[in-house]
Design a protein around this ligand. Sequence first.
Ligand SMILES: [Zn+2]
Length: 179
Amino acid sequence: MSEQFHNSDFKVNIHAPWRIEYINMLNEQQPGCFLCRTRDETDRDAENLLLWRTDNCIVVMNRFPYSAGHLLIAPAEHIGELADLDDEVLLEMMQLARDAQKLLARSIRAEGFNIGVNVGRCAGAGLPEHLHMHVVPRWNGDTNYMAVLGDVRVVSQSLTELYQQLREASVELKLPGVG
Ligand SMILES: [Zn+2]
């Protein structure tokens, strides 16, 4: 692994041990795969913060974001390993990462991004059985701000508003996956 990767800000985002405990607690309260549930509840996209549906993927706002606008790109199918995904689906995921970047840059003026996949629970995957790519928007000088935003109670109040904003921007930008 390169020196550059070690020195990146990515560590700052990943190191939030309290967060995984919180997510695990919620998973126990509502068992089953939340990505599959979100995929299947086609009449509850707004409640589930589902932003886009494409041929093979769904794009969902993270309810426990590292920063406002943190998105998850997942294959529609319940698959946990990159090796088990078809090329078509892998390509679509990267195209969606590109489109998500465009959306977040235009809509909430994100200045940088952390884009990555946590494979396995030891690597920080909250839901290792259903692969998902994180797209975390960043802003210059946001490190301290992030610590504040990392508090679930602070972020959750604005999730619905942000969802509406991102939906409208998606339509404006003619991004795939919106009605
Ligand atoms: Zn699933």
